[in-house]
Ligand binder design. Structure first.
Ligand code: C2E
Ligand code: CA
Ligand code: CA
Length: 593
């Protein structure tokens, strides 16, 4: 059918009478056919048509119109009150102002609203209409068309949901969370406070690395589920990224926020059952309250993050409320990082060396390089303080490379028989390609016999560095370098996993050595480690030996080497020649006695 019909979106349906392809427009037959095709268009296009008598509010409409509201198609009209009741309560204000405008000010307009159908469903309806006025300008009739746009709105809602939510957990994403924070942030004078809780899963990386991504994903989903189960109404939970979650508590006092943080941390102590695995992790949380702790969203996020950081560093599975002292500590850390970076650039770091000697012979087997930082205005900063900072700020890899080269450079001056032990950070092992390249280059440039270099990695570092560690260690060993496990006994790793690593020495942590002779448990552990080393045919080193009794017991228990203040404190490189000389002299004197 080639009828030219134009549906005028401004309201009424108009037919272009001038361009009809057949006969006289006035002919009853043609009019009938026109009417039929017009009706067909309404049905196929699902277009509702209506006329409203603006003085009475009575609405006359076509069958499709009534269908949109889930009413019988054969209705003819409905009252203003009936119409009002079918508009969703949330959209009634919008509808009222639309009708007011149509009555008083504009001739053409449109509105989208949710209709509640007779069956109770919610449908989205789009209306466009045009008003006819009398000579005085008073609205007489309104003509309009309407369409059911539920599908479009649903699709739009979905897109909006995806853009504002984390697909894995269904929680809000960072963007939505920040938007809500911005909108609901209490002002400085507000006496209705709001709480922010930041949550971070402890050990998530390890779960992901050792048990695989499907379990990691399942853990994140389960964690989100636990958070949701504790959520008060009005609260918003988000996954900010990785294993970081956040909860926004509008209208909540700090006591409420604290209590929730406490419940979250407690709930996360319970094991998770994931795809047939029992997974035990924990969560740490930081709490900040607006407007008390911060007056804008960025600042609030920052201080809650400081509280979280403080909870993490105080040990896992705890929560902290922000206090201004944390801010000072953060500023101090920042200053320290800056100073440390400068020290590295200016060559102001140096190394001390502590001898490792045979447990029986006491002859020097080598030295361990220990980094020293004399911070201007602060004195000597212990490595236990600045190494973790360097690890957290990305400075560690450069520091580690400097230590490696400086230590090898120093060792080149020593007798061939002496080894040099260098500590590695897990950060260096994480970037295995760079580490292997740095070690290979340092060996090539110095000409050091690779067998003289021993790299020490702490037990904890090995677990932290992730699943590729093993591969990197094998590559290092292929260069001819030796590997030692440091601080043995302090980690939480399983022994069987540790024994998979290719290593040449075990250094028992000094806390156990300190217990030798006094603490039965420590003694038993030290003995079993020595026995283990013997059976694996690797070196057993007791470090932190301070008393002759500890040295005696260590030797008796089967340790091959000892290290500690009893033998020597760490010394500057420049003191090594004299130290070795003095030992030689003592030996030859003993020999002549
Ligand atoms: P570590 O590798 O276990 O080094 C041994 C630490 O114990 C050294 O502390 C050493 O001075 C100390 N020590 C030695 N003998 C005794 C003793 O008889 N009694 C006691 N109580 N302590 C003793 P230092 O130099 O403060 O180093 C602390 C830690 O810092 C090191 O522990 C190591 O983990 C880390 N570190 C030091 N230098 C480096 C480095 O260049 N790179 C990396 N990644 N870590 C380093
Ligand atoms: Ca060490
Ligand atoms: Ca150690």
């Amino acid at each position: 059918m080639s009828i030219t019909q134009r549906i005028d979106l401004d309201g009424a349906t108009e037919i272009d009478w001038t361009n009809l392809p057949w006969g006289q427009a006035e002919s009853p037959e043609i009019l009938r056919r026109l009417q039929r095709s017009f009706q067909l268009a309404q049905e196929v296009g699902r277009i509702g048509l209506f006329e409203i008598d603006m003085r009475t509010g009575v609405t006359y409409a076509n069958p499709v119109f009534f269908e949109h509201f889930g009413m019988p198609r054969d209705r003819m009209c409905l009252s203003a009150e009936e119409l009002r009741r079918m508009v969703h309560p949330d959209d009634r204000a919008a509808m009222r102002s639309f009708l007011l405008e149509m009555t008083h000010s504009i001739d053409l307009g449109g509105v989208e609203f949710r209709a509640i159908t007779a069956a109770g469903d919610v449908r989205w309806i789009s209306v466009r209409s045009r008003v006819e006025r009398d000579a005085d300008g008073a609205a007489v009739m309104a003509y309009g068309i309407q369409q059911d746009i539920t599908d479009r709105r649903t699709a739009e809602d979905e897109v909006r949901f995806i853009a504002s939510h984390d697909i894995l957990t269904g929680l809000a994403n960072r963007k939505l969370f920040q938007d809500v924070l911005k909108r609901q942030m209490p002002s400085a004078s507000d006496n209705r406070p709001a709480g922010l809780i930041l949550i971070d899963l402890d050990l998530f990386k390890q779960v992901n690395d050792t048990l695989g991504h499907p379990i990691g994903d399942a853990l994140l989903r389960a964690a989100a589920g636990r958070l949701k189960s504790l959520l008060p109404t009005d609260a918003l939970a988000a996954r900010l990224g990785g294993d970081e979650f956040a909860i926004w508590l509008p209208g909540s006092s700090s006591a409420v926020a604290d209590a929730l943080a406490d419940r979250i941390v407690n709930l996360f102590r319970r094991p998770f059952l994931l795809l047939g695995n029992v997974v035990e992790i924990s969560a740490s949380a930081g709490v900040a309250v607006a407007p008390h702790d911060a007056s804008d969203p960025d600042m609030l996020m920052r201080v809650a993050d400081l509280a979280l950081y403080s909870a993490k560093t105080a040990g896992r599975s705890g929560w902290r409320r922000f206090d201004p002292g944390m801010d000072n500590a953060a500023r101090e850390r920042q200053q320290m990082t800056q100073d440390l970076r400068r020290a590295l650039a200016l060559g102001a770091l140096r190394l001390d060396y502590q001898p490792l000697v045979g447990a029986g012979s006491r002859s020097v087997a080598g030295f361990e390089a220990l980094v020293r930082w004399d911070r201007p205005g602060h004195g000597l900063v212990p490595p236990d303080q600045f190494i973790p900072l360097a690890e957290a700020t990305g400075l560690m890899v450069s520091i580690g490379e400097w230590v490696l080269n400086a230590a090898i450079h120093e060792a080149m001056r020593w007798p061939e028989s002496l080894r040099i032990a260098v500590n590695l950070s897990f950060r260096q092992l994480e970037d295995g390609d760079r580490l292997v390249a740095a070690v290979a280059a340092a060996l090539a440039e110095s000409g050091l016999n690779p067998g003289r270099l021993e790299l020490e990695l702490t037990e904890n570092g090995l677990t932290q560095a992730g699943p590729d560690s093993m591969r990197h260690l094998h590559r290092l060993r292929a260069l001819g370098v030796r590997i030692a496990i440091d601080d043995f006994g302090t980690g939480h790793s399983s022994l069987s996993r540790l024994l998979d690593f290719p290593f040449d020495s075990i250094k028992v942590d000094k806390s156990f050595v300190a217990g030798l002779g006094t603490n039965e448990k420590a003694g038993a552990l030290v003995r079993s480690i020595a026995a283990l080393a013997r059976s694996l045919n690797v070196n057993a080193v007791a470090e932190g030996v301070e008393t002759p009794e500890q040295a005696m017991l260590a030797r008796h228990d089967g340790f091959t080497q000892i290290q500690g203040y009893l033998i020597s404190r760490p010394m500057a490189g420049g003191a090594i020649d004299a130290y070795l000389q003095a030992l030689d002299t003592a030996k030859s004197q003993n020999g002549t006695l």
